[in-house]
Design a protein around this ligand. Structure first.
Ligand SMILES: [Zn+2]
Length: 132
């Protein structure tokens, strides 16, 4: 059903590109929300294509909050302040070049109790890289 809808939206995109893009984004968001609500749907989909983990079974109601840091650091202090105000710890996935450029921000994140993890050195798109 979702494939049919995406096909219709793609055909409409030829004449109404912006509206179709917005509709496709809304559809993808709806599909992600449906997958989060119905974890079984994610499991069923993984038989044909590997998907990231969107949710895991938990007794408690909780979320994991993560941020990617690959560009500037102008919002990092604000994020640390806001997260601190609500006593929220998050995971920051930084790229190597960001860490080299903003070591004080990496230290500030760690000092504030956040988890600092890596998401590549230069933000390469792994599915387009060769095995070398
Ligand atoms: Zn990223």
């Amino acid at each position: 059903m979702i494939k049919k809808l995406i096909g219709k939206i793609k055909r409409a995109a030829e004449t109404h590109k912006k509206a179709a893009t917005a509709a496709l984004c809304a559809l993808i968001a709806a599909a992600i929300l449906a997958a989060v609500e119905l974890p079984a749907m994610v499991t069923a989909s993984t038989a044909t294509r590997e998907l990231p983990i969107y949710s895991v079974e938990r007794d408690q109601k909780m979320i994991a909050l993560s941020f990617d840091a690959a560009w500037g650091n102008e919002d990092t202090e604000t994020l640390i302040r806001i997260l601190g105000k609500y006593n929220v710890k998050a995971t920051f996935f930084v790229i190597g070049r960001w860490a080299e450029k903003y070591p004080e921000s990496v230290k500030a994140l760690a000092d504030a109790g956040h988890e600092v993890m890596n998401h590549s050195d230069d933000h390469a798109h792994f599915n387009t890289l060769s095995a070398d």
